[in-house]
Design a protein around this ligand. Structure first.
Ligand SMILES: *[C@@H]1O[C@H](CO)[C@@H](O)[C@H](O)[C@H]1NC(C)=O
Ligand SMILES: *[C@@H]1O[C@H](CO)[C@@H](O)[C@H](O)[C@H]1NC(C)=O
Ligand SMILES: *[C@@H]1O[C@H](CO)[C@@H](O)[C@H](O)[C@H]1NC(C)=O
Length: 340
């Protein structure tokens, strides 16, 4: 009997030890939140572009009921990704000195691209430089970064910049796409090299359906959407190659399919209902091309009109979905992610 006791005690203490280890690791995971670092443009910006229309009415009327620097009536893609990680939306980099950085930082800046655009905001390279600067300041531990997620939405503004400069032929545009994706690939590697192991990249949305392109809101421009599909093919190929080097770090969010599918579903649902007959029509419409959503003239008169209910619109303004739109798009993207 006496000889059998020690192994039992050993086994027991081993189990207790394992149990305690599991409690300890559980504890550390819980005490530090996952963090989200965000790069790109207005689809992800939550307040970096100070003094832009996104900080003026009617932006933010749905959430947080006042302008907050989001280019929508409410939440944008970043907010939905943060919520799926069960964290608060990360602080905009522009507000870093007065913000809690424990949920990460949002570097995305409305109007910017991979390359420089018509706006003076920081391109993606500069955004990643800022990220590297922050990392050097040791605000975050190595394990913070190991548990972090990055979100990237970019390239729409690069095409706006490029396509509307002057007439471009298809060959020129395809060369441009190739150099854009090449630079984007370098950028994505840099984010991974800092230590982030989960990087979500939005495929380019169907730009040909944006109100700024359709103008009369009757149908999407197929020529432009074809170019977008080419861009997305190249991006998917690049992400596949990157994942061969660094196992499954990169995941794409299909904003192309999800935008189209949500628009189509809304079209079917509203078919015959004249009040919302046209799903491509934004909620906030400027009076003329001299104005934009939020424009106010010298006399303080509004130069735009608002729909009754942003909850029934997909687009908020000429470029951006409503919160309702993002909510539906995010649900679609999430469904397709969980199928992988
Ligand atoms: C934040 O603080 C740093 C250091 O004090 C300063 O250099 C920087 O300009 C500040 N940035 C903003 C956006 O206020
Ligand atoms: C990003 O912006 C910086 C500063 O304006 C510029 O020097 C650099 O060439 C830009 N990078 C790209 C890839 O366009
Ligand atoms: C689609 O956009 C292209 C490029 O801006 C333009 O040349 C073409 O006329 C548009 N097509 C339609 C049907 O509006």
């Amino acid at each position: 009997m006496a000889k059998q006791t020690p192994p039992i005690i050993t086994l027991l203490s081993l189990l207790i030890l394992l149990f305690m280890i599991s409690i300890t690791t559980e504890g550390t995971k819980k005490s530090s939140y996952e963090k989200l670092f965000v790069f790109g443009d207005s689809y992800a910006d939550t307040g970096n572009f100070l003094n832009s229309p996104s900080y003026k009415p009617p932006y933010g009327i749905t959430f947080p009921h006042q302008p907050s620097g989001r280019f929508s009536d409410g939440r944008v893609l970043t907010d939905y990704i943060a919520s799926s990680l069960k964290i608060k939306s990360p602080a905009p980099y522009s507000l870093r000195n007065s913000s809690d950085l424990q949920f990460g930082i949002n570097f995305a800046y409305g109007g910017t691209g991979v390359f420089d655009t018509f706006l003076k905001g920081p391109n993606m390279t500069i955004q990643i430089n800022s990220f590297e600067e922050i990392i050097k300041q040791n605000i975050y531990t190595k394990s913070d970064i190991d548990y972090s997620v990055a979100l990237v939405t970019v390239a729409g503004n690069d095409y706006f910049q490029y396509l509307f400069k002057d007439g471009k032929n298809i060959k020129e545009i395809l060369d441009f796409s190739a150099s854009l994706i090449n630079q984007l690939s370098i950028n994505l590697k840099r984010i991974h090299n800092v230590g982030i192991n989960k990087i979500k990249i939005g495929l380019l949305e169907p730009v040909g359906c944006l109100p700024v392109i359709t103008k009369t809101y009757d149908k999407c421009n197929d020529t432009i959407n074809m170019l977008v599909m080419k861009h997305n093919e190249l991006l998917l190929q690049t992400v596949e190659d990157l994942n061969k080097e660094s196992k499954s770090v990169f995941v794409t969010l299909d904003l192309y399919k999800s935008f189209l599918s949500v628009i189509e579903t809304m079209q079917k649902k509203h078919y015959g209902n004249s009040r919302v007959a046209n799903v491509l029509r934004p909620c906030c419409v400027p009076e003329s091309s001299n104005y934009q959503c939020g424009s106010v003239d010298e006399r303080g008169e509004k130069r735009y009109s608002l729909c009754d209910n942003p909850e029934s619109s997909f687009f908020w303004d000429d470029f951006h979905p409503t919160q309702n739109g993002w909510d539906a798009v995010y649900k679609m993207v999430q469904t397709s992610l969980s199928l992988i």
